[in-house]
Design a protein around this ligand. Structure first.
Ligand code: CTP
Length: 219
């Protein structure tokens, strides 16, 4: 199968030397890409800036901003039977990026921010994507309810939810414990390394896609 994966943070410029971003390391998305490639799938990894090595045998599309990621997803998603959105996309960017370094003046500074596109929600709406759609949910409270809201709003078949307020799992950690939220039920997976979880998730997701996949030759 052909699998699109978004990963890592996005980076939104404030001025030529500063940016808005988040604590995502990209480890979960890269672990998924590696697991999928090892299982013989074609992987298109669309990634924001990370410190990670690009896994062997994948098509790598580096991006910086949420707008870049939106365009890259729009270009590639039509080729895919599965799309997994593991990126931590910045929800806001500067209304206007300053052309020169912003100098300190007053005691406070107000930046005007505008919304970035919700790339996951655009898969069905803007790109008419009909394959299997998997989102992630990074939450600090009401994990299951918030994740279920995202599943419904964004047209997903599965949302992989994790509690990013816990220091032992999630952002920047090598381990993760996730709750799988399906339209009709939820299932907690035990804590595991992101590498192991990558394999477990790819296996589960590919099995979900198989009944509807009629066009590929690799499954
Ligand atoms: N996502 C996306 N584009 C955005 C924001 C989020 O594609 N602009 C995707 C993420 O990759 C993830 C899912 O949407 O698969 C949920 O992301 P999350 O940050 O948990 O939630 P948000 O939709 O941004 O909502 P909120 O920040 O209010 O929790």
């Amino acid at each position: 199968m052909t699998i699109l994966i978004t990963a890592g943070p996005t980076r939104e410029a404030i001025d030529p030397v500063r940016y808005l971003s988040n604590r995502s390391s990209g480890k979960m998305g890269y672990a998924l890409a590696e697991a999928a490639a090892e299982r013989g799938h074609r992987v298109i990894l669309i990634s924001g800036p990370t410190m990670l090595a690009v896994p062997d045998g994948i098509d790598y599309v580096p991006v910086e901003t949420a707008d870049d990621m939106y365009r890259a997803v729009g270009k590639w998603i039509g080729d895919c039977e599965i799309a997994i959105f593991a990126a931590a996309v910045a929800d806001y960017r500067m209304a206007e990026v300053a052309g020169q370094k912003i100098k300190k003046k007053g005691e406070t500074l107000t930046l005007e921010l505008v919304r970035t596109p919700d790339i996951l929600a655009s898969a069905r709406k803007d790109f008419s994507y009909q394959g299997l759609l998997v989102g992630f949910a990074a939450e600090t409270e009401n994990l299951e309810n918030n994740a279920r809201g995202k599943l419904e709003r964004k047209g997903c078949d599965l949302v992989v939810a994790n509690d990013v307020s816990r220091r032992d799992i999630g952002f920047n950690s090598s381990e993760n414990e996730v709750l799988l939220v399906f339209p009709d039920r939820s299932e907690l997976l035990p804590m595991a390394s992101k590498e192991h979880l990558g394999h477990v998730l790819v296996e589960r997701i590919v099995a979900m896609a198989k009944p509807s996949c009629s066009s590929c030759s690799s499954c």
